[in-house]
Design a protein around this ligand. Structure first.
Ligand code: HEC
Length: 94
């Protein structure tokens, strides 16, 4: 019984890590990582700082995606609309 619980816990952990890694890769591939990092400020603010700044703002996702895609107040990004939505959601959830 204990062994089964352990296996389930490990599988769950891997699943969560898998999702985080996919978005990490996407951020890397989309060029975001050139200017952003999770915890530290580079050319742009850290993802965690961004998440804190927009915490509780209902329209944050929509506004940020629009700004990033159009290059308004932010260097224009090369990622697709769908990828940008994924990335913004990932950042805001930190
Ligand atoms: C050339 C450097 C650069 C690249 C590449 C870059 N960013 Fe940024 N980013 C910045 C800077 C500088 C800021 C801070 C100025 C600002 O608020 O727009 C910022 C701010 C942000 C913000 C907060 C905007 C706000 O209004 O506070 C988000 C969200 C963001 N970046 C997401 C991304 C994502 C997602 C990507 C990749 C698709 C990306 N960035 C690529 C430089 C960059």
């Amino acid at each position: 019984m204990k062994a089964i619980l352990m296996v389930a816990a490990v599988a769950l952990g891997l699943g969560v890590a898998g999702v985080a890694t996919a978005s990490d890769d996407l951020a890397q591939k989309s060029g975001c990582a050139t200017c952003h990092a999770k915890d530290t400020k580079k050319m742009g603010p850290s993802y965690k700082d961004i998440a804190a700044k927009f915490k509780g703002k209902a329209d944050a996702e929509k506004t940020l995606v629009a700004n990033l895609m159009s290059g308004k107040g932010h260097p224009q990004v090369k990622s697709s609309q769908a990828d940008t939505v994924t990335l913004v959601k990932w950042i805001l959830a930190m």
